[in-house]
Design a protein around this ligand. Structure first.
Ligand code: SF4
Length: 756
């Protein structure tokens, strides 16, 4: 965005964070007259904004289509008629409606949801929700890797750190399981190269060839959705060949014999039949990982979102780390341990109110998926109380609702009614499965209040009653520990004052709280709240942000279990989990096929012969975001269906031509792209695509059904995993040529002129 400088204006250089997505990478910005003139990665701060999206930071910050003022719906829901109102009017009216809903239906009738990560902004939503008394919280992590974390809590009593990386020269092997290409792990590629140069072994598990699989010593190209079988097959080899860490297993694990029984049928040959990975590669992978120690299996989203098949996949990874003795060792799986020298738990996760006096009911999905409920959370807390009598670690994602429960609660009032929905920075009509059912719920008169706070008008925002303008990463301060997944806090100041009437998330919750009986609970500003969180550490937020490396790190430590045990009921790694069985689950999950797969639904698969993956990270977009930004849209203007060229030729499909991608629930239109690295029987469909330039069609906005693969993916009890997460990989589809051409890109900014 061109800026003409007055000679007298002072140009300052400030450190802040990139506003483009929630990763919070550090930038240095030249600022004049409260406007950023140029933004560059800050390489001193430890996490520079190096990805290609960051170059659009200034365009993002002051784009003509940003939402800049509160708006109230004046027509019917979804009709697109808005009136600009003041913040006070919006907050007064929303608070009044919330109080009325609480009086008639109880505090649990409010569903809050956060999308893209916003640092502690997300935690201010959880804080409000807990103070208010609703257990119905949903956040982005539920739809990514939460199933993986919950398995670690159930087996280890703690979770491994999201930032775990190989230590070159120390770590000897790494399994990159479902991490995707380097775009998904941009900050780790240099580390990976160094690791390999120093002799480290890399095993990649991925159904499609990527630059990361090309860097590996061994690539396991499995059938999508069969990760659990692969993990159990590797465990079978490790146990059969006695390659496990016998000393660690004897002293620190319970349930080894039961695990041995569960994996017995997963011989290399049987595992190969299920997964399509040659038996000798399964054996080789198991041997490499078990004999090159310490070894690491870092967090990877690809083994989650497999529907029912997720459960054995995430537990299988959890068992692999444990039986090879790679837990809590240097170069292996470090545990996430946010700095104890903060009020992290009390302030951000608000543990003190787990037994809120107003909350009478568990969350709306607790009966079906108790692992993620208040009941589940209490079970975790009880199991770990010997090691951590005051409670430990993040708790919020131990009680997050399953997304599929929300439309049912709104439309049918089951298990009890949800009447209000407050969404911040999320776009669930393109990010959640069975999106048409959610659309029906958001349009329903049963939903009495719908609030959307965002940077942009989205397909979801277009159905809201109130749309509120949010600050971006340049305009808000940051205190981040990645929802508690990390073992550190990073800090940054706001580097420009908010434009127009944009406000921090924190301010929404504080202002609503102050109108609804939470007076005295909320410091005036986000910065003051951050100071309160950091106070025990002796550093203020501003001081931390000004440090050369603005990070507050946890105390390093390894093998702490030797002194205090593991934080489970037995004090050991529970391969057979008492927590799981106490909640009604099998203590060790059996392998389950994906619900839609050649083995799971053979009849259906005859009509839908291709295996469908979705949801890979795209270079130019973070999930549903950035569709307004011209530079990015030009790079990737339309949703893409990636297919092997031989398969495309058989189907009469030409490169770049439009295709129908069809599942048993319907079809969407995407653009064919050829990739010889795909398995010929597997295709990948872009998810999260919507088109802000499209006119509304009735109550569907911004082309939300045109290419949106999540509109034709199933959700609910028959499909979800043990935690109720969405089912987005390891599905089936058919692909056919579509008529016409892919529409040309025709962005028309300033659609929201009224909002400026
Ligand atoms: S777009 Fe996201 S990942 Fe890329 S530099 Fe910015 S904050 Fe980091």
């Amino acid at each position: 965005m061109a800026t003409v400088l007055d000679e007298a204006e002072v140009v300052e250089t400030k450190r802040g964070t990139c506003p483009i997505c929630g990763a919070g990478c550090y930038v240095k910005a030249k600022i004049a007259n409260n406007r950023p003139l140029a933004i560059r990665p800050d390489r001193t701060a430890g996490f520079p904004a190096d990805c290609p999206r960051a170059g659009q930071a200034i365009d993002y910050h002051d784009h003509p289509e940003r939402v800049n003022y509160p708006m109230k719906r004046v027509g019917k829901r979804g009709e697109g008629k808005w009136q600009r109102i003041s913040w006070d009017q919006a907050l007064d009216e929303i608070a009044e409606k919330l109080a009325s809903i609480r009086d008639r239906f109880g505090p649990e009738a409010v569903q809050t949801m956060g999308g893209s990560y916003k640092g502690a902004g997300d935690a201010s939503c959880w804080r409000w929700s807990n103070l208010w008394g609703t257990p119905n919280i949903l956040y982005q992590g539920k739809n990514c890797g939460e199933a993986e974390l919950l398995s670690e809590w159930a087996v280890y009593g703690e979770q491994t750190c999201i930032g775990n990386r190989a230590i070159p020269g120390t770590t000897k092997s790494i399994i990159l399981w479902g991490v995707g290409g380097s775009m998904s792990m941009a900050s780790q590629v240099k580390n990976l190269r160094q690791f390999r140069e120093q002799g480290g072994k890399v095993i990649a598990v991925d159904p499609r060839r990527t630059d990361v699989t090309d860097m590996s010593d061994l690539w396991l190209q499995l059938r999508p959705g069969t990760d659990g079988a692969l993990a159990y097959g590797m465990i079978n080899v490790i146990i059969t060949e006695e390659l496990y860490d016998a000393d660690f297993v004897r002293k620190w694990c319970v349930g080894f014999d039961e695990l041995t029984e569960v994996v017995r049928e997963f011989t290399p040959e049987r595992t190969s039949e299920i997964t399509w990975v040659p038996a000798e590669k399964i054996v080789e992978a198991a041997r490499i990982f078990a004999t090159n120690k310490p070894g690491l299996i870092p967090f990877g989203l690809g083994a989650a979102e497999l529907g029912k098949a997720t459960t054995s996949a995430v537990f299988g990874k959890t068992y692999l780390r444990a039986i090879t003795g790679n837990l809590d060792v240097e170069g292996g799986a470090r545990f996430a341990d946010p700095p104890d020298s903060t009020r992290f738990r009390e302030e951000m996760h608000w543990d003190a109110l787990i037994d809120h006096p107003l909350r009478k009911r568990d969350n709306i999905s607790a009966d079906r998926w108790p692992i993620a409920s208040v009941r589940g959370l209490k079970a975790y807390r009880k199991a770990m109380e010997k090691v951590h009598p005051l409670g430990v670690g993040p708790t919020i994602y131990n009680m997050v609702v399953a997304p599929s429960a929300i439309p049912t609660a709104i439309l049918e009032g089951k298990p009890y009614p949800v009447k209000a929905w407050i969404l911040q920075a999320g776009n669930p009509l393109v990010s959640l499965c069975d999106a048409r059912k959610l659309h029906e719920a958001l349009m329903s008169d049963e939903l009495e209040l719908s609030v959307n706070m965002d940077h942009w008008m989205t397909p979801c925002g277009a159905l809201a009653d109130y749309v509120l303008p949010a600050t971006d990463g340049l305009e808000r301060p940051l205190l981040s520990n990645m929802w508690g997944f990390a073992d550190a806090f990073s800090a940054a100041k706001r580097i420009v004052e908010p434009l127009y009437e944009r406000r921090d998330d924190y301010q929404l919750w504080r202002e609503l709280g102050n109108r609804l009986g939470q007076e005295g609970m909320w410091p005036d500003t986000m910065e003051e709240w951050f100071d309160r969180i950091l106070e025990p550490s002796g550093v203020t937020h501003a001081e931390l942000a000004d440090q050369p490396v603005p990070w507050l790190m946890a105390e390093p430590g390894h093998r702490r279990y030797e002194e205090r045990g593991f934080a489970t009921a037995s004090g050991k790694v529970e391969l057979s989990s008492a927590l799981l069985s106490g909640l009604g689950y099998p203590a060790i999950p059996e392998y389950e096929e994906p619900a839609w797969s050649p083995e799971g639904s053979p009849e259906l698969s005859k009509d839908f012969p291709l295996i469908l993956m979705t949801g890979n990270s795209l270079k130019w977009y973070y999930r549903s975001q950035h569709k307004h930004l011209e530079v990015m849209r030009k790079q990737h203007p339309y949703a893409q269906l990636t297919i092997h060229p031989d398969t495309a030729a058989e189907l009469g499909i030409e490169e770049d031509s439009p295709v129908w991608v069809e599942t048993p629930m319907g079809k969407v239109r995407q653009q064919a792209k050829f990739d010889a690295g795909m398995h010929p029987r597997v295709v990948h469909a872009d998810s999260h695509m919507w088109y802000p330039e499209r006119d509304a069609e009735g109550d569907a906005h911004f082309g939300v059904w045109e290419s949106n693969i999540n509109a034709i993916l199933p959700d609910g009890e028959d499909y979800a995993d043990y935690a109720g997460d969405n089912y987005m990989r390891g599905l089936i589809c058919r692909v056919t040529p579509a008529e016409g051409n892919v529409p040309p890109l025709n962005l028309h900014p300033a659609r929201l002129e009224m909002s400026r």
